[in-house]
Design a protein around this ligand. Structure first.
Ligand code: GDP
Ligand code: IMO
Ligand code: MG
Length: 454
Protein backbone atom coordinates (compact mmCIF):
# COMPACT_ATOMS: atom_id res chain seq x y z
CA UNK A 1 0.00 0.00 0.00
CA UNK A 2 1.14 3.52 -0.79
CA UNK A 3 2.69 5.44 2.07
CA UNK A 4 0.34 8.31 2.88
CA UNK A 5 2.82 9.81 5.39
CA UNK A 6 3.54 13.53 5.79
CA UNK A 7 5.18 15.96 3.41
CA UNK A 8 8.88 15.21 3.49
CA UNK A 9 10.37 18.08 1.61
CA UNK A 10 13.24 19.79 3.32
CA UNK A 11 13.18 23.18 1.55
CA UNK A 12 11.02 25.55 3.55
CA UNK A 13 9.56 29.00 3.10
CA UNK A 14 10.42 30.77 6.32
CA UNK A 15 7.03 31.82 7.58
CA UNK A 16 6.66 31.50 11.32
CA UNK A 17 2.99 31.34 12.23
CA UNK A 18 3.68 32.50 15.79
CA UNK A 19 5.08 35.76 14.57
CA UNK A 20 2.39 36.48 12.01
CA UNK A 21 -0.87 35.85 13.81
CA UNK A 22 -1.11 39.37 15.19
CA UNK A 23 -3.35 41.36 12.85
CA UNK A 24 -1.70 44.79 12.94
CA UNK A 25 1.39 43.36 11.30
CA UNK A 26 -0.68 42.75 8.20
CA UNK A 27 -2.82 45.86 8.19
CA UNK A 28 -2.32 47.33 4.76
CA UNK A 29 -0.27 50.47 5.01
CA UNK A 30 -1.12 51.25 1.43
CA UNK A 31 2.33 50.52 0.08
CA UNK A 32 2.08 47.14 -1.51
CA UNK A 33 -0.75 45.99 -3.73
CA UNK A 34 -1.33 42.72 -5.49
CA UNK A 35 -1.79 42.91 -9.26
CA UNK A 36 -4.22 40.56 -10.94
CA UNK A 37 -4.17 39.10 -14.44
CA UNK A 38 -7.22 37.37 -15.87
CA UNK A 39 -9.14 36.58 -19.02
CA UNK A 40 -11.99 38.84 -20.12
CA UNK A 41 -13.67 36.45 -22.54
CA UNK A 42 -14.30 32.68 -22.55
CA UNK A 43 -10.74 31.65 -21.70
CA UNK A 44 -7.72 31.03 -23.94
CA UNK A 45 -7.11 34.76 -24.37
CA UNK A 46 -3.34 34.30 -23.99
CA UNK A 47 -3.04 34.61 -20.20
CA UNK A 48 -0.12 32.17 -19.97
CA UNK A 49 1.95 34.12 -22.45
CA UNK A 50 1.34 37.48 -20.80
CA UNK A 51 2.02 36.14 -17.29
CA UNK A 52 5.33 34.75 -18.54
CA UNK A 53 6.20 38.09 -20.13
CA UNK A 54 5.27 40.06 -16.99
CA UNK A 55 6.96 37.69 -14.52
CA UNK A 56 10.33 39.53 -14.52
CA UNK A 57 8.50 42.51 -12.99
CA UNK A 58 7.25 40.45 -10.00
CA UNK A 59 8.67 38.44 -7.12
CA UNK A 60 5.74 36.04 -6.81
CA UNK A 61 3.19 34.54 -9.23
CA UNK A 62 0.15 32.97 -7.55
CA UNK A 63 -2.65 31.01 -9.28
CA UNK A 64 -5.95 31.69 -7.57
CA UNK A 65 -8.61 29.36 -9.04
CA UNK A 66 -9.42 26.67 -11.56
CA UNK A 67 -7.34 23.59 -12.09
CA UNK A 68 -6.32 21.33 -14.95
CA UNK A 69 -9.26 22.56 -17.04
CA UNK A 70 -6.87 25.41 -17.83
CA UNK A 71 -4.25 25.20 -20.56
CA UNK A 72 -1.88 28.15 -20.43
CA UNK A 73 0.59 28.22 -23.31
CA UNK A 74 3.77 30.18 -23.57
CA UNK A 75 6.62 30.16 -26.04
CA UNK A 76 10.28 31.02 -25.94
CA UNK A 77 13.37 29.77 -27.79
CA UNK A 78 11.03 28.26 -30.37
CA UNK A 79 9.43 25.86 -27.89
CA UNK A 80 5.79 25.91 -26.78
CA UNK A 81 4.95 24.94 -23.22
CA UNK A 82 1.50 24.25 -21.84
CA UNK A 83 0.76 24.55 -18.12
CA UNK A 84 -2.44 23.42 -16.44
CA UNK A 85 -2.13 23.77 -12.67
CA UNK A 86 1.31 25.32 -12.28
CA UNK A 87 1.56 29.12 -12.44
CA UNK A 88 2.98 30.55 -15.66
CA UNK A 89 5.91 32.18 -13.84
CA UNK A 90 7.60 28.82 -13.32
CA UNK A 91 10.10 29.22 -16.18
CA UNK A 92 11.76 32.09 -14.32
CA UNK A 93 13.84 30.12 -11.82
CA UNK A 94 14.41 32.95 -9.40
CA UNK A 95 10.68 33.73 -8.99
CA UNK A 96 8.37 32.18 -6.42
CA UNK A 97 5.25 30.43 -7.72
CA UNK A 98 2.28 29.58 -5.53
CA UNK A 99 -0.74 27.37 -6.15
CA UNK A 100 -3.37 29.13 -4.06
CA UNK A 101 -6.19 27.79 -1.91
CA UNK A 102 -8.76 28.50 -4.66
CA UNK A 103 -7.15 26.03 -7.06
CA UNK A 104 -8.17 22.38 -7.44
CA UNK A 105 -5.29 19.96 -8.00
CA UNK A 106 -5.19 16.62 -9.76
CA UNK A 107 -1.95 14.99 -8.51
CA UNK A 108 -1.73 12.91 -11.70
CA UNK A 109 -1.71 15.95 -13.98
CA UNK A 110 0.50 17.80 -11.53
CA UNK A 111 3.06 15.00 -11.76
CA UNK A 112 3.00 15.07 -15.57
CA UNK A 113 3.60 18.82 -15.56
CA UNK A 114 6.42 18.52 -13.04
CA UNK A 115 8.11 15.77 -15.04
CA UNK A 116 7.99 17.94 -18.17
CA UNK A 117 9.61 20.81 -16.26
CA UNK A 118 12.30 18.58 -14.81
CA UNK A 119 13.02 17.22 -18.30
CA UNK A 120 13.77 20.83 -19.29
CA UNK A 121 16.33 21.15 -16.55
CA UNK A 122 14.14 23.05 -14.06
CA UNK A 123 13.94 22.22 -10.35
CA UNK A 124 10.35 23.16 -9.50
CA UNK A 125 10.63 21.96 -5.87
CA UNK A 126 12.81 25.05 -5.37
CA UNK A 127 10.32 27.70 -6.41
CA UNK A 128 6.83 26.19 -6.38
CA UNK A 129 4.73 26.04 -3.22
CA UNK A 130 1.25 24.63 -2.70
CA UNK A 131 -1.53 25.87 -0.44
CA UNK A 132 -2.64 23.38 2.18
CA UNK A 133 -6.20 24.57 1.57
CA UNK A 134 -6.27 23.74 -2.15
CA UNK A 135 -8.71 20.92 -2.88
CA UNK A 136 -7.72 17.60 -4.42
CA UNK A 137 -9.33 16.20 -7.55
CA UNK A 138 -9.87 12.50 -6.84
CA UNK A 139 -10.11 9.81 -9.54
CA UNK A 140 -13.85 9.56 -8.96
CA UNK A 141 -14.31 13.32 -9.48
CA UNK A 142 -13.24 12.79 -13.09
CA UNK A 143 -15.61 9.86 -13.50
CA UNK A 144 -18.45 11.87 -11.96
CA UNK A 145 -17.72 14.70 -14.40
CA UNK A 146 -18.08 12.24 -17.30
CA UNK A 147 -21.22 10.63 -15.82
CA UNK A 148 -22.92 13.99 -15.20
CA UNK A 149 -22.08 15.31 -18.66
CA UNK A 150 -23.43 12.13 -20.29
CA UNK A 151 -26.58 12.44 -18.20
CA UNK A 152 -27.17 16.04 -19.34
CA UNK A 153 -27.45 15.04 -23.00
CA UNK A 154 -28.20 18.15 -25.09
CA UNK A 155 -27.69 20.38 -22.08
CA UNK A 156 -24.12 19.22 -21.53
CA UNK A 157 -21.70 22.00 -20.67
CA UNK A 158 -18.85 20.63 -22.74
CA UNK A 159 -16.75 20.32 -19.59
CA UNK A 160 -13.07 19.51 -19.98
CA UNK A 161 -13.83 16.27 -18.04
CA UNK A 162 -11.03 17.02 -15.61
CA UNK A 163 -13.31 16.66 -12.57
CA UNK A 164 -13.58 20.39 -11.92
CA UNK A 165 -17.34 20.63 -11.26
CA UNK A 166 -17.53 17.61 -8.90
CA UNK A 167 -14.44 18.75 -6.95
CA UNK A 168 -15.80 22.26 -6.37
CA UNK A 169 -19.17 20.68 -5.55
CA UNK A 170 -17.51 18.69 -2.75
CA UNK A 171 -15.69 21.82 -1.62
CA UNK A 172 -18.92 23.80 -1.28
CA UNK A 173 -20.69 20.80 0.26
CA UNK A 174 -17.86 20.75 2.83
CA UNK A 175 -16.98 17.16 2.01
CA UNK A 176 -13.85 17.56 -0.13
CA UNK A 177 -10.28 16.50 0.52
CA UNK A 178 -7.59 19.14 0.69
CA UNK A 179 -3.83 19.16 0.29
CA UNK A 180 -3.47 19.36 4.08
CA UNK A 181 -5.27 16.02 4.32
CA UNK A 182 -2.20 14.48 2.69
CA UNK A 183 -0.38 15.35 5.92
CA UNK A 184 -2.93 13.51 8.04
CA UNK A 185 -2.20 10.00 9.33
CA UNK A 186 -5.87 9.28 8.62
CA UNK A 187 -5.61 10.13 4.95
CA UNK A 188 -6.20 6.61 3.64
CA UNK A 189 -9.52 6.40 5.50
CA UNK A 190 -10.65 9.81 4.34
CA UNK A 191 -9.77 8.95 0.75
CA UNK A 192 -11.46 5.56 0.85
CA UNK A 193 -14.63 6.98 2.38
CA UNK A 194 -14.88 9.67 -0.27
CA UNK A 195 -14.27 7.23 -3.12
CA UNK A 196 -16.99 4.94 -1.74
CA UNK A 197 -19.47 7.82 -1.57
CA UNK A 198 -18.69 8.70 -5.17
CA UNK A 199 -19.06 5.09 -6.29
CA UNK A 200 -22.62 5.11 -4.99
CA UNK A 201 -23.42 8.14 -7.12
CA UNK A 202 -21.73 6.58 -10.15
CA UNK A 203 -23.83 3.48 -9.68
CA UNK A 204 -26.98 5.61 -9.59
CA UNK A 205 -25.92 7.02 -12.96
CA UNK A 206 -25.42 3.42 -14.20
CA UNK A 207 -21.94 4.56 -15.14
CA UNK A 208 -19.43 1.88 -16.08
CA UNK A 209 -16.65 2.93 -13.74
CA UNK A 210 -14.85 -0.13 -12.43
CA UNK A 211 -11.95 -0.65 -14.87
CA UNK A 212 -11.31 3.07 -15.28
CA UNK A 213 -11.37 3.65 -11.53
CA UNK A 214 -8.88 0.86 -10.86
CA UNK A 215 -6.51 2.41 -13.41
CA UNK A 216 -6.94 5.98 -12.15
CA UNK A 217 -6.70 4.97 -8.50
CA UNK A 218 -3.31 3.32 -9.10
CA UNK A 219 -2.02 6.34 -11.02
CA UNK A 220 -3.36 8.74 -8.41
CA UNK A 221 -1.72 6.96 -5.48
CA UNK A 222 1.59 6.77 -7.31
CA UNK A 223 1.46 10.43 -8.28
CA UNK A 224 1.28 11.43 -4.60
CA UNK A 225 5.00 10.69 -4.40
CA UNK A 226 5.61 13.71 -6.60
CA UNK A 227 3.27 16.18 -4.94
CA UNK A 228 4.67 15.23 -1.52
CA UNK A 229 8.09 16.42 -2.61
CA UNK A 230 6.73 19.97 -2.60
CA UNK A 231 6.39 22.26 0.35
CA UNK A 232 2.79 22.70 1.47
CA UNK A 233 2.18 26.17 2.89
CA UNK A 234 -0.53 28.25 4.52
CA UNK A 235 -0.43 30.45 1.46
CA UNK A 236 -2.63 33.22 2.85
CA UNK A 237 0.02 33.90 5.51
CA UNK A 238 2.82 33.61 3.01
CA UNK A 239 1.25 36.00 0.48
CA UNK A 240 0.56 38.54 3.24
CA UNK A 241 4.09 38.21 4.47
CA UNK A 242 5.47 38.81 0.99
CA UNK A 243 3.38 41.94 0.59
CA UNK A 244 4.44 43.15 4.04
CA UNK A 245 8.03 42.67 2.94
CA UNK A 246 7.25 44.86 -0.10
CA UNK A 247 7.54 41.94 -2.49
CA UNK A 248 5.41 42.22 -5.60
CA UNK A 249 2.74 39.61 -6.29
CA UNK A 250 0.88 38.87 -9.53
CA UNK A 251 -2.29 36.78 -9.17
CA UNK A 252 -2.89 34.58 -12.23
CA UNK A 253 -6.45 33.69 -13.17
CA UNK A 254 -7.65 30.80 -15.26
CA UNK A 255 -10.59 30.49 -17.65
CA UNK A 256 -12.28 33.81 -18.38
CA UNK A 257 -14.83 36.23 -16.97
CA UNK A 258 -17.62 34.90 -19.19
CA UNK A 259 -17.09 31.44 -17.67
CA UNK A 260 -17.42 32.73 -14.09
CA UNK A 261 -19.88 30.66 -12.06
CA UNK A 262 -21.71 33.84 -11.01
CA UNK A 263 -21.46 36.15 -14.00
CA UNK A 264 -21.01 33.82 -16.96
CA UNK A 265 -23.93 32.47 -18.98
CA UNK A 266 -25.02 30.03 -16.25
CA UNK A 267 -25.14 27.02 -16.40
CA UNK A 268 -22.61 27.08 -19.27
CA UNK A 269 -19.80 28.12 -16.98
CA UNK A 270 -17.01 26.64 -14.93
CA UNK A 271 -17.37 26.11 -11.18
CA UNK A 272 -15.15 28.85 -9.76
CA UNK A 273 -14.95 32.64 -9.55
CA UNK A 274 -12.74 33.53 -12.46
CA UNK A 275 -13.15 37.27 -11.84
CA UNK A 276 -10.87 39.66 -9.94
CA UNK A 277 -12.81 39.09 -6.71
CA UNK A 278 -11.81 35.43 -7.00
CA UNK A 279 -8.18 36.43 -6.51
CA UNK A 280 -8.98 37.62 -2.98
CA UNK A 281 -10.88 34.50 -1.92
CA UNK A 282 -8.50 32.28 -3.89
CA UNK A 283 -5.44 33.64 -2.11
CA UNK A 284 -6.86 34.91 1.18
CA UNK A 285 -6.33 38.64 0.77
CA UNK A 286 -8.55 41.61 1.60
CA UNK A 287 -9.90 43.59 -1.37
CA UNK A 288 -7.97 46.74 -0.48
CA UNK A 289 -4.80 45.01 -1.67
CA UNK A 290 -6.02 45.31 -5.28
CA UNK A 291 -3.45 46.89 -7.55
CA UNK A 292 -3.48 46.85 -11.34
CA UNK A 293 -5.92 44.49 -12.98
CA UNK A 294 -4.66 43.24 -16.35
CA UNK A 295 -7.51 42.02 -18.52
CA UNK A 296 -6.40 39.79 -21.39
CA UNK A 297 -8.47 40.25 -24.55
CA UNK A 298 -8.18 38.30 -27.75
CA UNK A 299 -8.75 40.49 -30.81
CA UNK A 300 -11.62 38.17 -31.74
CA UNK A 301 -13.57 35.71 -29.61
CA UNK A 302 -13.33 31.98 -29.08
CA UNK A 303 -15.22 29.55 -26.92
CA UNK A 304 -14.81 25.82 -26.23
CA UNK A 305 -17.79 23.83 -25.06
CA UNK A 306 -21.48 24.74 -25.10
CA UNK A 307 -23.32 27.95 -24.28
CA UNK A 308 -24.24 31.30 -25.79
CA UNK A 309 -21.75 32.99 -28.11
CA UNK A 310 -23.50 35.94 -29.77
CA UNK A 311 -20.81 36.78 -32.34
CA UNK A 312 -20.00 33.19 -33.33
CA UNK A 313 -19.23 32.73 -37.02
CA UNK A 314 -20.34 29.62 -38.87
CA UNK A 315 -18.90 30.71 -42.22
CA UNK A 316 -15.50 30.71 -43.87
CA UNK A 317 -14.35 33.67 -41.74
CA UNK A 318 -14.91 31.53 -38.62
CA UNK A 319 -12.93 28.75 -40.26
CA UNK A 320 -10.21 31.24 -41.22
CA UNK A 321 -9.90 32.43 -37.59
CA UNK A 322 -9.67 28.85 -36.33
CA UNK A 323 -6.96 27.92 -38.85
CA UNK A 324 -4.98 31.17 -38.71
CA UNK A 325 -5.23 31.39 -34.92
CA UNK A 326 -4.61 27.67 -34.39
CA UNK A 327 -7.75 27.64 -32.29
CA UNK A 328 -7.67 24.15 -30.84
CA UNK A 329 -7.91 23.61 -27.08
CA UNK A 330 -4.57 23.53 -25.23
CA UNK A 331 -6.10 21.05 -22.73
CA UNK A 332 -8.50 18.96 -24.77
CA UNK A 333 -7.46 19.59 -28.40
CA UNK A 334 -11.09 20.41 -29.24
CA UNK A 335 -11.67 22.92 -32.07
CA UNK A 336 -12.61 26.27 -30.55
CA UNK A 337 -15.72 28.09 -31.75
CA UNK A 338 -14.65 31.42 -33.29
CA UNK A 339 -16.32 34.79 -33.82
CA UNK A 340 -15.87 38.56 -33.88
CA UNK A 341 -14.80 40.69 -30.93
CA UNK A 342 -17.79 41.43 -28.69
CA UNK A 343 -17.58 44.82 -26.98
CA UNK A 344 -20.86 44.35 -25.09
CA UNK A 345 -19.43 41.29 -23.38
CA UNK A 346 -16.06 43.01 -22.98
CA UNK A 347 -17.58 46.09 -21.31
CA UNK A 348 -19.34 43.78 -18.89
CA UNK A 349 -16.08 42.00 -18.08
CA UNK A 350 -14.24 45.31 -17.63
CA UNK A 351 -16.93 46.47 -15.22
CA UNK A 352 -17.02 43.28 -13.13
CA UNK A 353 -13.24 43.13 -12.80
CA UNK A 354 -12.27 46.80 -12.46
CA UNK A 355 -9.72 46.33 -15.21
CA UNK A 356 -7.00 48.99 -15.29
CA UNK A 357 -5.09 47.73 -18.34
CA UNK A 358 -6.02 45.68 -21.38
CA UNK A 359 -3.51 43.30 -22.94
CA UNK A 360 -4.66 42.74 -26.52
CA UNK A 361 -3.54 39.42 -28.01
CA UNK A 362 -3.65 37.67 -31.38
CA UNK A 363 -4.50 40.67 -33.55
CA UNK A 364 -1.88 39.23 -35.93
CA UNK A 365 -4.42 36.50 -36.72
CA UNK A 366 -6.51 39.25 -38.40
CA UNK A 367 -3.57 40.50 -40.54
CA UNK A 368 -4.96 39.24 -43.86
CA UNK A 369 -8.58 40.35 -43.47
CA UNK A 370 -9.99 43.16 -45.67
CA UNK A 371 -12.35 44.23 -42.96
CA UNK A 372 -12.88 43.44 -39.32
CA UNK A 373 -16.20 43.48 -37.52
CA UNK A 374 -16.67 44.45 -33.90
CA UNK A 375 -19.96 43.95 -32.06
CA UNK A 376 -20.97 47.21 -30.38
CA UNK A 377 -24.54 46.42 -29.29
CA UNK A 378 -27.05 43.58 -29.07
CA UNK A 379 -30.59 43.40 -30.36
CA UNK A 380 -32.62 41.34 -27.89
CA UNK A 381 -36.35 40.84 -28.62
CA UNK A 382 -36.13 43.66 -31.16
CA UNK A 383 -34.67 46.11 -28.63
CA UNK A 384 -31.17 47.56 -28.93
CA UNK A 385 -29.14 47.14 -25.76
CA UNK A 386 -25.56 47.42 -24.56
CA UNK A 387 -26.17 45.02 -21.65
CA UNK A 388 -25.61 41.30 -21.31
CA UNK A 389 -28.89 39.48 -20.66
CA UNK A 390 -28.91 37.24 -17.58
CA UNK A 391 -31.07 34.56 -19.17
CA UNK A 392 -29.30 32.19 -21.54
CA UNK A 393 -32.32 31.21 -23.61
CA UNK A 394 -32.84 34.60 -25.29
CA UNK A 395 -31.90 35.21 -28.93
CA UNK A 396 -29.13 37.77 -29.18
CA UNK A 397 -28.50 39.45 -32.52
CA UNK A 398 -25.14 41.24 -32.60
CA UNK A 399 -24.97 44.74 -34.10
CA UNK A 400 -21.63 45.31 -35.81
CA UNK A 401 -19.37 48.19 -36.68
CA UNK A 402 -17.08 47.35 -39.60
CA UNK A 403 -13.50 48.57 -39.50
CA UNK A 404 -10.86 48.33 -42.25
CA UNK A 405 -8.20 45.62 -42.00
CA UNK A 406 -4.50 46.60 -41.91
CA UNK A 407 -3.53 43.98 -44.50
CA UNK A 408 0.06 43.61 -43.36
CA UNK A 409 1.97 41.44 -40.94
CA UNK A 410 2.35 42.91 -37.45
CA UNK A 411 4.19 39.94 -35.90
CA UNK A 412 7.66 41.40 -36.34
CA UNK A 413 6.81 44.86 -35.03
CA UNK A 414 8.84 45.65 -31.91
CA UNK A 415 7.44 49.08 -31.01
CA UNK A 416 4.03 50.67 -31.00
CA UNK A 417 5.19 53.21 -33.58
CA UNK A 418 6.04 50.43 -36.06
CA UNK A 419 2.46 49.11 -36.06
CA UNK A 420 0.34 50.01 -39.12
CA UNK A 421 -1.86 53.09 -38.58
CA UNK A 422 -5.03 51.12 -39.40
CA UNK A 423 -4.23 48.72 -36.57
CA UNK A 424 -3.55 51.61 -34.22
CA UNK A 425 -6.94 53.03 -35.23
CA UNK A 426 -8.50 49.68 -34.34
CA UNK A 427 -6.86 49.84 -30.90
CA UNK A 428 -8.04 53.44 -30.51
CA UNK A 429 -11.58 52.30 -31.38
CA UNK A 430 -11.46 49.69 -28.58
CA UNK A 431 -10.06 52.25 -26.13
CA UNK A 432 -12.71 54.85 -27.04
CA UNK A 433 -15.52 52.34 -26.61
CA UNK A 434 -14.21 50.80 -23.39
CA UNK A 435 -12.53 53.83 -21.78
CA UNK A 436 -9.69 51.48 -20.89
CA UNK A 437 -6.09 51.69 -22.00
CA UNK A 438 -4.62 48.95 -24.17
CA UNK A 439 -1.24 48.87 -22.40
CA UNK A 440 0.14 45.66 -23.86
CA UNK A 441 -0.12 44.45 -27.45
CA UNK A 442 0.86 40.86 -28.20
CA UNK A 443 1.72 40.24 -31.84
CA UNK A 444 2.90 36.62 -31.80
CA UNK A 445 2.89 33.61 -29.44
CA UNK A 446 6.55 34.18 -28.53
CA UNK A 447 7.72 36.05 -25.44
CA UNK A 448 9.49 38.50 -27.73
CA UNK A 449 6.36 39.34 -29.68
CA UNK A 450 5.06 41.72 -27.04
CA UNK A 451 4.80 45.50 -27.18
CA UNK A 452 4.46 47.58 -24.02
CA UNK A 453 3.05 51.07 -24.42
CA UNK A 454 4.68 53.69 -22.21
P1 GDP B 1 -4.63 30.98 -22.04
O1 GDP B 1 -5.44 29.81 -21.61
O2 GDP B 1 -5.34 32.28 -21.85
O3 GDP B 1 -3.25 30.98 -21.46
O4 GDP B 1 -4.45 30.84 -23.64
P2 GDP B 1 -4.09 29.49 -24.43
O5 GDP B 1 -2.67 29.18 -24.21
O6 GDP B 1 -5.09 28.42 -24.15
O7 GDP B 1 -4.39 29.95 -25.90
C1 GDP B 1 -3.74 31.05 -26.47
C2 GDP B 1 -2.99 30.58 -27.72
O8 GDP B 1 -2.60 31.70 -28.48
C3 GDP B 1 -1.70 29.86 -27.39
O9 GDP B 1 -1.46 28.91 -28.37
C4 GDP B 1 -0.65 30.97 -27.45
O10 GDP B 1 0.64 30.48 -27.75
C5 GDP B 1 -1.18 31.80 -28.56
N1 GDP B 1 -0.89 33.24 -28.49
C6 GDP B 1 -0.80 34.06 -27.40
N2 GDP B 1 -0.64 35.34 -27.78
C7 GDP B 1 -0.60 35.33 -29.13
C8 GDP B 1 -0.47 36.36 -30.12
O11 GDP B 1 -0.37 37.55 -29.84
N3 GDP B 1 -0.51 35.96 -31.43
C9 GDP B 1 -0.66 34.66 -31.80
N4 GDP B 1 -0.69 34.37 -33.09
N5 GDP B 1 -0.79 33.66 -30.89
C10 GDP B 1 -0.77 34.02 -29.58
P1 IMO C 1 -7.94 28.57 -19.73
O1 IMO C 1 -7.42 28.89 -18.36
C1 IMO C 1 -11.38 27.75 -22.26
C2 IMO C 1 -14.73 25.66 -20.40
C3 IMO C 1 -15.04 24.25 -20.87
C4 IMO C 1 -16.54 24.21 -20.63
C5 IMO C 1 -16.70 25.00 -19.36
C6 IMO C 1 -16.78 24.15 -18.10
O2 IMO C 1 -7.01 27.77 -20.55
O3 IMO C 1 -8.42 29.80 -20.41
P2 IMO C 1 -15.03 22.71 -16.73
O4 IMO C 1 -14.07 21.65 -17.16
O5 IMO C 1 -14.37 23.90 -16.12
O6 IMO C 1 -16.14 22.20 -15.88
O7 IMO C 1 -15.72 23.21 -18.10
O8 IMO C 1 -15.57 25.86 -19.27
N1 IMO C 1 -13.35 25.87 -19.95
C7 IMO C 1 -12.42 26.55 -20.63
N2 IMO C 1 -12.49 27.11 -21.85
N3 IMO C 1 -10.27 27.90 -21.52
C8 IMO C 1 -10.21 27.36 -20.28
O9 IMO C 1 -9.17 27.59 -19.44
C9 IMO C 1 -11.31 26.62 -19.80
N4 IMO C 1 -11.56 25.95 -18.67
C10 IMO C 1 -12.81 25.51 -18.76
O10 IMO C 1 -14.71 24.09 -22.22
O11 IMO C 1 -17.21 24.91 -21.65
MG1 MG D 1 -6.13 28.00 -22.38
Amino acid sequence: MTDFGGNRNSRRISVQPKKIVSLPRFSNNGNMKMDILLGLQWGDEGKGKIVDVLTPKYDVIARFQGGPNAGHSLEFNGIRHVLHIIPSGIFHKEKTNIIGNGVVIDPIIFEEEINALIAMGLTPTDNLFISRKAHLILPTHKLLDAAQEAHKGNMKIGSTLKGIGPTYTDKIARTGLRVCDLESPDFENKYRQKIDEHIEILQNFHFDYEAKLAELDAQWRKSLETIRKFQFIDSEYVVHQYLTEEKSVLAEGAQGTLLDVEFGAYPFVTSSNTIAAGAFTGLGLAPHYAGSVFGIVKAYCTRVGSGPFPTELFDETGEFLRKEGNEYGATTGRPRRCGWLDLVALQYALMINGVTDIALTKADVLDKLDEIKVCTAYRVNGELTDRMPSATDVEIEPVYTTLPGWKSSISNCKTYEELPQTFKDYIQFIEDKTHTKVSIVSVSPDRDGTIFRD
